[in-house]
Write a protein that binds this ligand. Structure first.
Ligand SMILES: [Zn+2]
Length: 83
């Protein structure tokens, strides 16, 4: 499996270590230690993605949810077809 070191798949999105909001990344903060950071703290802590810097958190998608998503996409396309 290719890995560019900019993202990691997680089963559960953890809370931001700094404010408790849902985290978007596990990244090195300006203070040094790695932490789960939300979008706001990712910016304010000067975080970046990449090897040794940080990894974006990607939620593992259960099969059922993925099928539901595909169903919704198909449903969204219907109105355009009848325009
Ligand atoms: Zn935060």
């Amino acid at each position: 499996m290719p890995n560019d070191h900019t993202s990691v798949v997680v089963a559960v999105i953890p809370p931001c270590d700094l404010c408790g909001e849902p985290a978007i990344a596990d990244a090195a903060t300006s203070l040094g230690p790695w932490a789960y950071v939300c979008a706001d703290h990712f910016r304010s802590q000067g975080c970046a993605l990449g090897l040794g810097r940080g990894q974006e958190l990607k939620l593992a998608v259960p099969r059922e949810t993925r099928e539901e998503h595909e169903f919704n996409e198909g449903w969204d396309h219907d109105p355009a077809d009848h325009r």
